[in-house]
Every structure is written in C-alpha cells, then in structure tokens.
Design a protein around this ligand. Structure first.
Ligand code: ARG
Ligand code: ZN
Length: 843
C-alpha cells in the first residue's frame, strides 16, 4: 500500500505519559506498557495502535481486561471518550530479530533502532512522529550496563530506571543493555550545566574512544557558538554497536552508533575514517535541536531534520578543517550518489509525496540535496538573515512536530521574502540543467542563463526554480574585476548585465557550486584552462580541472584522441604550486567517476562501454604520472609526516598528497616505495594506501596475506581487507573475487558492514560490476535474494546498484532485467525490496 502526504490526519489522542518495563531475555523479552491517552475533541470511539511481530499477553483499559482486534499491522480497541490508562504486556524475540529494527541483539548486547517505524516492534503504540510524550523506562536484566533515554533515576545490579523529561516521538526511544565499558568525560555548557559524557563500547574497544569523545565535545561547543544551542540533559551517552543498518541514530540522550562510525585509533582507522566519524558524531549531536527538540510532523517531512542537520554538520566540518576541501568532497559525493538517483527511476522530490516503505527514503536526495537546498536558502537571504530565521525557528517551534511550510515561514517572516517559488526545490524531482551564454558590446557584459528540468513521473510539468548563481568576473590577466555576487535566477531564461568593464571579462559562474544543477557552457570562448590557472574561487578552480579531465576522457573514449595537453599542463602547474593546500592539490589529481562518464556519454547519444571507460581512465592515470614525473618523487618526499600521527586537517592533507603521488609514481617506478611504506607504516592511512597502490599494480598478494594475519582480530579493519580486494580487482576478475570472498570463514553476511564491504564494493567497481559476462549481476542477485528475508533494509539499499541500468547497451539491460525479475519473483520478498526493485525495473 502507498501512503500519501495529502492524506495526513492528526492522531485522535494525546499521549500524556508513557511507562515501559523491560524484562530482558534473548528470545522472550517481556515489555509492559502503561500509557495515558487523552482523547482530543472528536476522537474516534476506537483506537488503533501500531504493532508488528508482537505476542500480546494481556491488555487492560483502566484496569479492566480488553480483547483488541489484532492484525499484522497493529490492534484496534474500543476506548472510553475520556482520558484512560492503557496497559499491555507483549513478548518479543530480540535474538531472532535479524532485521536490526526494534529491539535486537548484536554480539550479546541488546540495542534498539526505532527510526523510522521500529518502535511498533517493541510494543503497541501510535508509532508516528507527531505523537510526542514523556517516557519513563524500567529495565530488568542481568547486565552490568542498562541504558535508556534521559536521566538515570536509579540503578542497581540488574535493574535500572530512566526518565526523559523532554517529550519525544517513539522513534527517538532507545534501550541498550550489555557488558559494556564506558569512556567518560564531561562538558560544561555555556550556562554552566555540567553534562556527563559516556562512550560505551565492548571490552577491548576502550582504546578506540578518545577521538569520538573529542569530536563530541567540539560539536557541543560549536553548536553553542554558531547556533546558540545548548544541551538540555545532565547526561549524554553514545553506544557503539557492531550490527547496525545505517551510520548512527540520534535517540534522545542515547545516541546509538554503528561501530564503524565512532570507533577510531590511528593504527586501525584512516584519515578518511576519522573525518567521517567526526562528522557523524556532530550530525547526531546536532539532531538534539534539529530533529529532537523540533521534530517532523510526518515522515514526508524527513528532510526538515535531515537536510538541515547535514547542512549543519557540513558547516561544522568546514569550520574544523578546510572549507574548500569539504565543499569539493561534498560535491563529488553529491554527483556520485544523488545525481544518479535524481536522474533515474528512483528520482523523488526532497520532500516525497508518497511512499510504500519509508526506510527507502533515507536517500541522498532527502539528506544531501536537502542540505543543498538549505545552503541555497542561506546564500539567497545572507548569513545574518539565516541566523535570525534559525533563532525564530527554535523559538517558535521548540517542542513541536513541524513541516517544511513551518520552516519556510520563519524565513518569510524574518526576511519579508516570498518563498513560494523557492519551495519548488522541495516538490520537484530531478537535477536542473543550467546553460550559460555570454555577450560583450560597448563595455557591457551580459551573462544569459537558461534552466531546464526534465519532466519525470513525479514531476510531469516542471516549473522554473529559484537558482542562486554565485558569479565573479576575472580580467584576462587573471584579476578579479567583479567579486562574487549572487545572481538570483527565477525565470526559465534570464540575463544579467555588468557595466563599466574595460575589457571583456572571463566569467566564473556557479562558484562554490551554489546550486545543485548540471552546468552547461555555451560561452563564446572556452575559459576552462584559464580558470584552472587563475580562478580565485577554490571550488571553481578545482571544477575547471575536473571539466578539462572529463572533456579529455570523453574525447579519448569517443574519438581515440590523445590526452589534452592543456589539462596536463594545468595540473602540473597546480601540483607544483606549494602555496596551495596539499589536500586540495590531491583532489586535483582525481579523475571524474566512471559512472559520471557513462552519463555524459549517454547525453551525447553514445552507448557507453564500461571496459573501454575503465581502460581510458587507466591510460589517463599513466599519462598523468608521466607528465608529473619530474615532481612526483619530490611531492612524495616533501609531504611525509614525521611528527606523531594526528588525524587533523594539516597532517591528513599532507598524507593525501603524498599518497596521491605514491599512487602515480608507482605506475612508473613499480612497487618499491609502496612496499617500504606498507612495512614501515605505523598508522592505517599509510598502511592501507600502500596496500591499495600495490593491489592496483597487481603486486599486493604478500601484503594482503600479511594484512589479514595482522588484523584478523579486528572486525572494522577486516571490513577494509574485504573491500580493498574487490575495489582493486581487474574488471574481468571482480565478480570472481567477490564470490571467493563470500566463501571466506569471516564473511559474516548478516553483519551489514561486512555485507557492504563485499557487495557494496562490487557495486562501486563500475567496470567490474558491469563486466560483459554479467556475472556480477547474478552474484548480486543471489545475495540480495539471500539477505532479503534476514535484513530487508540493507537489501533494499543495495538494490540501488541497479538504478542506472537503462544507461547501458541492450545485452547488459537484458541481463540486468533477468536478474531483477529473478529477485522480484522470490516468494515473500519484503516490502522494502519490492518497492525498490519495482521502481528501478519500471515498465
Ligand atoms: N536519523 C538517522 C540519521 O540520520 C538515520 C537513521 C535512519 N534509520 C533507518 N533505518 N531508516 O542520522
Ligand atoms: Zn540525521
């Protein structure tokens, strides 16, 4: 069944108070609930409570037994037309809950995941975000650590009582129990409240907590300083869990994290891991205000909390590290994950209007494009007005369950702007194409833009959107003659005029990637190489390098052309410019993604050949290496870090440039440098990049075996070991490599991290996944069929591997269609996977 935004109805009852008692048992946990309901005016005579996979033991209303009607989705019961107390007892089976939703067990510990609709697997309840209530929780079980939301009331052996004073929806409920150890610290808020901080981990992981704790304290401070938001409880707990479907979860006062998103040490984690952990800790912490204190009215409003919180965590990372590097990596990620979604069968608006399974809408569009929309809004109104609007948002809506309309209204009320057209960013699916042209006469320079959004199933009649186009003009000698300004485009076609210029300028448009669009240049002259050399905007300078690389790769593919010397000269100049941040220079060497090239080829009317694309990218790397040969060894040497390892921006930037140089130089000089680095490395960043370089030149067999011996006790490191082999396999061996790894005794496929390490890497290896024999498609289908009954959420997410299938030739499409149909024909296929595959398969 499909659920529609337009059908929203408020719940008929208020929930004043919730008391839960858990008697923990691996297969027979008993949950008692006491819930005070207050009918609203006009409330129905029957109440419906969500409930799935529950065994009802007893139910009472005001002390009298009742016999509700039970279905697979919940129960219905006649109720009084006055306030009443609902009491129920249910039995659940955490150990056999492999879907990792509701209350489940992971390596002997109990934990919960309730967002979006997992609470209904714990007890009967109005499981919807607009029902907010105060929860008290009692936990009985033979475990040293028993945790829930809020403040601890009492705790003794095998017993704990918790109370959360802040009203919250059920999706923010959490419970954790197990043999855990705490890494503890504290934080004093701006107004002087002392907050105890604990990071709970399994014994043995104590040494991986320090960085997460530091990131938490930095996040708390940042939210006070930048958004004026203080923490509101005496306690903040984080728990690391090995089996978790997503990255982490912002439960009130008790954040639960995938261990990969919180545990870190220099020996076991790369610089990228540290960066991601810092961002996720911040993200979940920031949800305390944007998500928990102000939550969503219904799940269609998911971007209200997710888009805003992603935007906030990206601001945080920009402040803690390099803002240009953060922006560039965010755009790379947006193009790799969100653009294919927006431009294929899974396209949906940032605020979807219908869904079957809400878990399928925790997407790059809701999260990352949702964050882009916030960034555009801030760009349009300015930083100061943005701050005022946010202050009003927190003041007006604290304690409420809100909508996108509420969000936009605070901007309208503080700025006087009409945002009705801007709102189309929330309702129209697809990536707008923005074409730019220019003209010059009599000292007047004109930039003309056309925007175009393709019609799609969800957006059959697209209308022009408000596009903030940050633009600067450079003189032909490279001076900035018109500094960055926001051109506010509202029409389908629109021109902007610049007067008083001495000579025809060079435009730098869409600086900082000020809108999530595809920019197409129809400028009178091609300024890309000039911008790579001279643009003052770091994003656009990087973008110029990427455009040259893309254009050159496309010509190599379609015309057999030689690599563009202007591109090679340009990156040579950038690489040799010691005034530029090393991390930024390392990014300059990256080539566009191979699926990006597929899309460009399709747009040109060509049929992409994944193998040919792979070969051309390889060839380009070799040419890069040859062209940079004179400076690579020096770059490698000059950026070695000799101080003790720190995961900060400065050191990780140097390591990324040194490792980019190592990767290229090894293509020419062979494995010696990488071997030496692998052997001497005292941190995972150095060890893993050396291993990657060796695997890439088919020289890493011994190191791979040594790595396994060294790290077989460490689950998170072994995920890397599994993934690396697939990622670096040659295309003709990728499926076989992945298949062989699934036979490895440590391939615990019920663990989402391990499953993704192999299957996610298979999907990410473009030429390997689309290798002509179709073996990867079949292997993926086999495993999706196997995982679906165990864990529908992780299965459904992995289906996105097939979302771009219409871009390929008939033979590949036939093979993929057969794989999709085979999965779809599986009896009892989950709602999650069925929805994903039906949308991908289309008609
Ligand atoms: N709210 C969490 C976050 O963004 C994501 C959890 C979603 N989980 C799910 N099963 N849909 O940080
Ligand atoms: Zn979030």
């Amino acid at each position: 069944t499909t659920i529609y935004l337009k059908d929203y109805q408020p719940f008929g009852f208020d929930v004043e108070n919730v008391e839960l008692t858990f008697d923990l048992h691996p297969t027979k946990t008993r949950v008692k609930s006491r819930i005070s309901f207050v009918p609203k005016p006009g409330a129905p005579a029957q109440i419906f409570l969500d409930g799935e996979n529950l065994t009802l033991i007893s139910a009472r209303i005001d002390g009298t037994s009742v016999q509700p009607v039970i279905s697979a989705e919940g129960l219905t019961c006649a109720v009084p037309d006055a306030p009443f107390l609902w009491e129920a007892e249910v039995e659940i089976d955490p150990e056999n809950n492999t879907a990792l939703e509701g209350l489940y067990m992971s390596n002997g510990m109990y934990c919960t995941q309730c967002e979006a609709q997992g609470f209904r697997k714990i007890t009967y309840y109005p499981d919807r975000p607009d029902v907010m209530s105060v929860f008290s929780v009692e936990i009985n079980g033979p475990h040293p650590v028993l945790l829930s939301n809020g403040n601890v009331i009492s705790t003794s052996r095998a017993h704990a009582k918790w109370h959360d004073p802040w009203p919250k929806p059920a999706y923010l409920f959490a419970l954790v129990a197990g043999d855990l150890v705490a890494h503890s610290d504290s934080f004093v808020t701006a107004s002087g409240r002392n907050v105890d901080l604990n990071l709970y981990v399994r014994p043995g992981d104590e040494g991986k907590c320090a960085f997460g704790m530091r990131a938490l304290k930095a996040s708390m401070k940042w939210d006070e300083e930048v958004y004026g938001r203080e923490y509101d409880l005496d306690l903040f707990n984080i728990v690391a869990v090995d089996d978790f479907n997503m990255g982490a979860m912002e439960n009130k006062g008790l954040n639960v994290f995938n261990s990969s998103a919180v545990l870190a040490s220099p020996e076991t984690s790369t610089d990228e891991n540290f960066l991601r952990i810092e961002a996720i800790i911040a993200h979940e912490y920031f949800h305390n205000w944007t998500g928990n204190r102000i939550t969503c009215r219904d799940w269609f409003q998911l971007c209200l909390k997710e888009g805003l919180t992603v935007y906030r965590d990206s601001q945080f990372t920009s402040d803690m590290r390099s803002a240009p590097v953060k922006r560039i990596t965010d755009v790379i990620d947006l193009r790799a994950r969100q653009f294919p979604e927006d431009q294929g069968p899974l396209a949906h608006p940032v605020r979807p209007e219908s869904f079957q399974e809400i878990n399928n809408f925790y997407t790059a569009t809701v999260y990352e494009k949702g964050a882009e929309v916030i960034g555009m809004l801030r760009c349009l109104v300015g930083a100061e007005a943005y701050g005022k609007a946010l202050d009003l948002y927190f003041e007006r809506h604290d304690g409420q369950a809100c909508t996108i309309e509420d969000w936009l209204k605070v901007f309208e009320d503080t700025t006087g702007r009409d945002l009705s057209q801007f709102k189309r960013w929330y309702s129209q699916a697809g990536t707008p194409r923005l074409t730019v042209r220019d003209a010059w006469y009599n000292g007047t320079y004109i930039l003309s833009f056309t925007q175009n959004l393709a019609a799609s199933e969800t957006t059959p009649d697209p209308q022009p959107q408000v596009i903030p186009i940050v633009t600067g003009l450079l003189s032909p000698s490279g001076e900035e003659v018109v500094p960055s300004q926001v051109l506010e485009m509202t029409q389908a076609t629109q021109s902007f005029t610049f007067e008083g210029l001495k000579e025809r300028p060079v435009p730098s448009v869409l600086r900082g990637f000020s809108a999530p669009v595809v920019l197409e240049s129809e400028l009178a002259a091609d300024h890309t190489a000039f911008l790579l050399a001279h643009d003052t905007d770091p994003f656009n300078r990087w973008e110029a390098g990427r455009s040259l690389a893309r254009a050159s790769l496309l010509k190599m593919i379609t015309e057999g052309a030689a690599p563009d010397p202007a591109y090679l000269d340009g990156i040579h100049a950038v690489m040799g410019d010691a005034t530029l941040d090393p991390a930024y220079r390392a990014l300059m060497l990256n080539l566009p993604g191979q699926s990006d090239l597929v899309k460009s080829l399709c747009d040109m009317g060509e049929t992409p050949d994944p193998q040919a694309i792979w070969e051309v990218c390889r060839a380009m790397s070799h040419v890069q290496a040859e062209r940079l040969q004179d400076i690579l060894p020096a770059l490698f040497d000059a950026h070695q870090v000799t101080e003790p390892y720190e995961p900060n921006a400065d050191q990780s930037g140097r390591r990324s440039l040194a490792n980019a140089a190592l990767r290229l130089v090894s293509l020419i000089d062979g494995p010696d440098r990488a071997r030496a680095q692998f052997t001497s490395a005292d941190n995972m960043t150095q060890q893993l990049s050396a291993l990657g370089v060796l695997l890439r030149i088919n020289e890493g067999a011994d190191e791979l075996a040594a790595f396994e011996q060294q790290w077989k006790h460490d689950r998170l490191v072994m995920d890397k070991w599994f993934g690396m082999q697939v990622i670096h396999a040659d295309p003709d061996k990728t499926a076989a490599t992945a298949a062989r790894l699934t036979e490895h005794p440590d391939f615990n496929w019920k663990n989402p991290n391990r499953f993704r390490a192999v299957m996610g890497s298979l999907a990410a290896h473009h030429a390997g996944f689309h290798y002509a024999d179709g073996q990867s498609y079949d292997l993926m289908a086999d495993w999706l069929i196997r995982l679906d009954p165990v864990n529908p959420q992780t299965t459904a997410r992995m289906c996105a591997a097939f979302q771009t299938w219409r871009r390929y030739d008939d033979r590949r499409q036939q093979k993929i269609a057969a794989a999709l149909d085979r999965i779809l024909a599986t009896p009892g296929l989950s709602r999650d996977t069925t929805e994903m595959l039906t949308r991908i398969r289309g008609s």
